[in-house]
Design a protein around this ligand. Structure first.
Ligand code: ADP
Length: 184
């Protein structure tokens, strides 16, 4: 089983839920940048104040801030047995910096690409009712994903083994698909 893994998928693809399950099962550190940013906003700290309006709009937090946050997180000892990155990298700049910083036994060993049709994504996002989830914000986040994050996938193909995961179906079924892709 690969230990240093990245999960990518559009908003509403279920990547956060699946990432938490897979990390727990495999004993990997789950690094969710969305959760980290929302925690900073809830705590009202300096980072939270900087990013609150950006998240509300569905835009991306600047690369320098994200890189500082993630690089610092990756230095923590719980990542030594492996990590599952969820929500990062979201731009080609972030991906380049990440690959450069992870060498040897820290190198990325797999990329899980969650695939879900767009109409299903909007339906799911509206029903989960997070407070940064209005229909307008959701559509904007899908557009940002398309414009900024799809190129990250293209950039990583050939550098990291990619596993395409069908993200439609029962939650347990999807978890099983991911486990079997990682085992293959
Ligand atoms: P979703 O699962 O809906 O895509 P996330 O929880 O991963 O959402 O992230 C929520 C928001 O946090 C994003 O819309 C973006 O504003 C910000 N964010 C998270 N990760 C990154 C990142 N790597 N780069 C820039 N912004 C980020």
């Amino acid at each position: 089983m690969p230990h240093n893994v990245l999960i990518m998928g559009p908003p509403g693809s279920g990547k956060g839920t699946q990432a938490a399950r897979i990390a727990e099962r495999q004993g990997l550190a789950h690094i969710s940048t969305g959760d980290m940013l929302r925690a900073a906003i809830a705590a009202g700290n300096e980072l939270g104040e900087k990013v609150a309006a950006i998240l509300k709009r569905g835009d991306l937090v600047p690369d320098d801030l994200m890189l500082e946050l993630v690089m610092h997180r990756l230095e923590q000892s719980d990542t030594a047995n492996g990590f599952l990155l969820d929500g990062f990298p979201r731009t080609v700049t972030q991906a380049e910096a990440l690959l450069e910083s992870l060498e040897g036994d820290r190198a990325l060993e797999g990329l899980l690409h969650m695939v879900v049709p767009e109409d299903e994504l909007v339906r799911r996002a509206l029903s989960r009712g997070r407070n940064d989830d209005t229909e307008e914000t959701i559509r904007h986040r899908l557009k940002v994903y398309h414009d900024k994050t799809k190129p990250v996938l293209e950039f990583l193909v050939g550098k990291v083994p990619v596993h395409v995961i069908d993200g439609v179906g029962e939650m347990d079924e999807i978890t099983a698909r991911i486990v079997s892709a990682l085992e293959s």
